[in-house]
Design a protein around this ligand. Structure first.
Ligand SMILES: [Zn+2]
Length: 332
């Protein structure tokens, strides 16, 4: 599907506009900027990307309400795409009008309504705490998006094209965005952080996540944009390798803990993935548990672990490899 509903409305060279607000933005290519989020873009915030073409586009709205207000005042983006329905990517969307906002078709029913998002994203006993977290720490406010996009879309921005790349696994509705003419791939939450991939919602899927990382890395790119690290120009291929290797490394850590059989609660106490639960411990422990469960299910499927009487056992045949050193920084 090609996008022609928004007519080119800017005259002259769309990349040549003198704008005060450009200063804090980081140019990625001609007319394409990283809009840094608070805390270096770390969770629970994220970076956005602004594309100033004949059609002006903002990718994601988790870079802080004040920054988003300035973007709206100065650029009034024609299209504001939300990469997926996680609050750290859409908390400030209410700054924009419903007609500007585009959500993935997969989450059209929930994205924008915090109560519905909580129902989708967190267990019932944690929903109130999770919603307080989102309201108090990232000022999430409900919003409405009138438009949806899907994997078969392609948006003509004037001199460039924007292609949403469906990359599920992290979330069912998770998208990256490719600008082929500029060879820029916005990889969103294939984010290359030292923490590694995150898959703690019920709908997350490790195997699908791995497939999506492979799909995204196949797009031609001179620059990769991570929602939580920013612009990556060097060693992009190695970054993908390292990010992919996290899944196996976590498997191996879990297997080493299973030198003696252990139940899921004992494994959560070990904080294999989060390392510690310094803030919102109920929520972080729940996410740790969810991710552990997905690894254990996969290891059972692969015959490396078996479950008996509520405890997980490493199978006799299994011989976990030595760990590689790794550091963690996703907080929370
Ligand atoms: Zn996410």
């Amino acid at each position: 599907m090609n996008f022609h509903a928004v007519p080119p409305r800017r005259d002259g060279n769309p990349h040549e506009q003198t704008l005060e607000f450009r200063r804090p933005m980081q140019p990625i290519a001609d007319g394409i900027f990283l809009v840094p989020g608070p805390k270096g873009g770390r969770f629970p915030f994220s970076h956005s990307v602004l594309i100033l073409d004949r059609v002006r586009v903002l990718l994601d709205a988790g870079c802080g309400r004040e920054t988003l207000r300035r973007i709206q005042a100065e650029f009034s983006p024609d299209l504001v795409f939300l990469s997926h329905g996680h609050p750290d990517h859409c908390s400030g969307s209410s700054v924009f009008s419903p007609s500007q906002l585009w959500t993935p078709v997969e989450s059209r029913e929930t994205t924008g309504r915090l109560a519905a998002m909580a129902e989708r994203l967190i267990a019932p006993h944690l929903r109130d705490e999770w919603m307080s977290f989102m309201r108090e720490e990232i000022d999430f406010r409900d919003f409405k998006a009138e438009n949806t996009f899907s994997a078969d879309a392609s948006f003509d921005l004037g001199t460039r094209t924007l292609i949403p790349v469906h990359a599920p696994g992290h979330a069912d509705d998770h998208y990256g965005f490719h600008v082929p003419e500029a060879e820029i791939m916005v990889c969103t939450d294939i984010d290359f952080t030292p923490f590694g991939p995150w898959y703690a919602n019920e709908e997350c899927d490790i195997d699908l996540f791995i497939q999506s990382i492979r799909l995204v890395r196949n797009r031609p790119m001179k620059a990769a944009v991570s929602s939580h690290l920013g612009v990556i120009l060097d060693d992009i291929s190695k970054r993908f390798d390292r990010f992919l290797a996290c899944f196996d490394r976590r498997d191996e850590r879990i297997l080493r803990l299973l030198d003696r059989p252990a139940g899921l609660d004992e494994l959560v106490d070990e904080a294999v993935i989060y390392r510690s639960f310094p803030v919102r411990p109920h929520i972080l422990r729940f996410w740790e548990r969810q991710m552990l469960k997905k690894h254990l299910q996969r290891l059972v499927r692969l015959g490396r672990v078996r479950e008996q009487d509520g405890a997980f056992h490493r199978t006799v045949m299994d011989d976990p490899r030595k760990p590689a050193p790794h550091s963690f920084d996703r907080a929370p």
